[in-house]
Design a protein around this ligand. Structure first.
Ligand SMILES: [Zn+2]
Length: 710
């Protein structure tokens, strides 16, 4: 399983229903010439005019967008006509479109191509946007109208999706504090504002600290084991940072770092590992220890104010898991088997170290290195044998796209006429099975210092019949840029990630709903990782693999015996993978299941104690993210929700079985999955859409088998 920080699953109604490019009305028209954010884009699909958008356009566009949205809300709330579904709920869905468009472009750019001006603006905006959101959800008159409609919802003659929308608005408002008294509302506003500021600071600290913590190496000798191309890249990176003659290894998001698998020099491995694991916790201006504690405290206080014992109880109520107990149960059941498997793997690695007269105990920085050797010995291949068959363009166009064409009949054509925000970004137009253009897809594959780590999907425009929008969807990966003139060769993990993110893209692409609130990936986050994980299955599906896995120099298809080895090795190292993931998930739960009066004062001590209590404190296998750089939960939308990947994987593994039982890669199967599942978005209960697709409730057995957790 791959973990990505996908999409904008955020709290609050505006954030949950981003609306795409449209006409912005009179206010905008006057200054539109000077500020491209204020007018609807004239480009196809309303594609953002990245070539015209400059830093200084955002602040005034936000100002106007906020004012316009507030005016619209006032009009809805103070409408003299008695509340109707149309003049209240649909009107809310239609409101705030300029703001939402500006916010979409802004949040995407700060994630993918940020700069100090945007970073500063984002610090200033966070509390403003949070206050704006509160102004809507804590507006008493507005809530009265929603509540009145909610009380008579069965008599309004609404269709199923509209009824669900009304219920959703009512619940969202209540969860956002609409029923609190005036004093409580003031307290909530203050908490929201502080949380917004701190969350932004946490993410910015992680980005800056990750850049600042890149490992600097003095000699080529210390990099023994790396390929020539990797060493060249390290030298070029050093040069670009003004460190001529040295070598720099940038850090990836996760605790584990890819090059740990091949670095022969144990000291270099240790230094690389420590640079990674100490991020945000060794003093200096990017230290996140106190920020994490403050965030946990404020979230607990906020949950308490809203009537919940802790933040997890609040957050999980709107997920398919529903309660902290359900999450604890699942993780608690799987953890012992996972740790047991990891310990068995560790024993094998120790044997290998001893056989080589290493004379040391296996440490976290040794794991990947000896695992790679064991893999080589046992299955007679390593990642370097595979990479020549995984050239980026081939993977994308002849792998990811090819599978989608086979399953869904959609086709792809690159468009070079649209302006992009970075020269390495590519745009494709997607046509539906009937040949009609249906969407744009942005492929932003390379790592850079101005881009946050990890991989994710987002959208610039979401499908919604209410507006007649066609989607603009983007996938972001962090593949290291190869030296100039060289091919981009992916690892197996990166290949899977590309398929994974495109699974999210399909969810957005095939959305067929009326209201933006329900479009595509606007589903509970413990459901949203399900379609993306299913799409990973095609990465190693023989018919797909032989179509894209061709040697980048000779064009030769990946040899069958190499494939057999890859497949035989697929359960290898699963104890490690499952344990590091479960450890991070449990850590997330611990931080969010504490009550406001039990907040720790030492973040790292709390972390250590939490891992110990839960039996996942096995030093050679640290959590996939440690507290101080766990952006998913402190900076992003996965607070109390990191378990979601494993939770969704139950549905994923069961669905993979379904595809296999029914003949695999066929249009018939693709069309069924699209119709029953991918097209529904949040417009019906997600577990109900699963049952309609599968014909029954999910079974956990396929997941246990896949991960060796029997
Ligand atoms: Zn994902």
């Amino acid at each position: 399983m791959l973990v990505c920080s996908a999409l904008a699953v955020q709290s609050g109604i505006a954030a949950d229903s981003p609306k795409g490019p449209v006409n912005t009305g009179r206010l905008a028209a006057t200054s539109a010439k000077a500020n491209p954010l204020l007018a609807a884009s004239r480009l196809p699909y309303g594609f953002p005019e990245f070539d015209k958008i400059r830093n200084e356009h955002f602040a005034p566009a936000f100002d106007i967008g906020l004012k316009q949205h507030s005016a619209e809300i006032k009009q809805i709330a103070e409408n003299k006509a008695s509340p109707s579904f149309e003049n209240t709920i649909v009107a809310l869905e239609r409101s705030g479109r300029l703001l939402s468009r500006v916010e979409t472009v802004f949040s995407n750019l700060t994630a993918t191509n940020t700069n100090p001006v945007l970073e500063q603006l984002s610090v200033e905006l966070a509390p403003k946007l949070s206050a704006h959101q509160d102004q809507i959800t804590l507006n008493g008159k507005l809530f009265e109208r929603i509540a009145a409609l909610y009380q008579q919802r069965e008599q309004l003659g609404l269709d199923a999706e509209s009824l669900r929308l009304l219920e959703r608005y009512y619940t969202d408002f209540v969860r956002a504090g609409a029923k609190l008294n005036a004093e409580q509302k003031e307290k909530l506003k203050s908490l929201n504002s502080q949380l917004a500021t701190l969350g932004t600071r946490f993410s910015q600290n992680v980005l800056k600290e990750t850049n600042a913590s890149a490992l600097v190496v003095d000699s080529r000798e210390e990099l023994k084991g790396l390929s020539d191309s990797e060493i060249q890249t390290a030298a070029a990176t050093a040069k670009s940072r003004g460190l001529d003659g040295k070598f720099v290894i940038p850090l990836m998001n996760t605790t584990g770092q890819p090059l740990l698998a091949t670095l022969e020099n144990r000291q270099t491995r240790q230094r690389l590992y420590e640079a990674s694991v100490n991020r945000g916790s060794h003093g200096g201006s990017f230290d996140n220890r106190q920020v994490a504690i403050d965030l946990a405290k404020l979230r607990a206080e906020r949950a308490q104010l809203l009537g919940y014992p802790n933040y997890a109880a609040y957050g999980l109520q709107s997920e398919t898991a529903k309660t902290p107990e359900a999450v604890n149960n699942m993780l608690g059941q799987l953890a012992p088997a996972a740790v047991k498997n990891a310990r068995a793997e560790a024993a094998e690695l120790q044997k290998l170290i001893d056989a080589q007269q290493g004379g040391f105990q296996l440490a976290a920085w040794d794991w990947a290195y000896y695992t790679e050797q064991l893999r080589k010995a046992r299955y007679a291949f390593d990642d370097s044998l595979l990479r020549p068959y995984f050239e980026l363009n081939n993977v994308l166009e002849n792998g990811v796209f090819y599978a989608a064409t086979k399953l869904y009949g959609i086709t792809f054509k690159e468009r070079k006429d649209l302006p992009v925000y970075h020269p390495s970004v590519r745009v494709y137009e997607i046509s539906d099975r009937d040949g009609k253009p249906m969407a744009l897809f942005i492929a932003d594959m390379y790592a850079r210092d101005s881009k946050r780590g990890g991989a994710w999907m987002n959208s610039y425009a979401e499908q919604a019949d209410l507006f007649g929008h066609k989607p603009i969807i983007a996938n972001h990966l962090n593949i290291p840029q190869p030296p100039a003139g060289e091919a981009t060769l992916l690892t197996m993990d990166e290949v899977r990630t590309a398929f994974h993110e495109f699974g999210h893209a399909l969810h957005g692409l095939f959305s067929k709903v009326r209201y933006p609130r329900f479009s595509g990936t606007n589903v509970p986050r413990d459901f949203v990782e399900y379609p993306s994980q299913v799409n990973e299955m095609w990465a190693t599906w023989p018919e797909v693999l032989t179509n894209y896995a061709k040697h980048y120099q000779t064009g030769q298809v990946i040899p069958q015996n190499l494939l057999d080895k890859v497949s035989a090795a697929s359960r290898f190292n699963q104890g490690f993978a499952t344990t590091e993931y479960i450890a991070a998930s449990l850590l997330d739960q611990r931080w969010h299941q504490i009550s406001a009066d039990a907040i720790p004062s030492d973040a790292l001590a709390f972390e250590q104690q939490a891992l110990k209590q839960m039996g996942v404190d096995f030093a050679p296998v640290p959590p996939r993210y440690r507290t101080t750089y766990f952006s998913h939960i402190f900076g992003g939308g996965y607070s109390a929700g990191y378990y979601a990947y494993l939770w969704s994987e139950v549905l994923d593994a069961d669905t993979v079985e379904w595809f296999k039982e029914n003949g695999g890669l066929t249009r018939k199967n693709g069309d069924w999955f699209r119709e029953k599942l991918l097209s529904r978005g949040g417009s019906i209960d997600p577990m109900e859409s699963f049952r309609q697709f599968r014909g029954r409730d999910p079974k956990i057995q396929p997941l246990l088998e896949r991960r060796g957790l029997q």
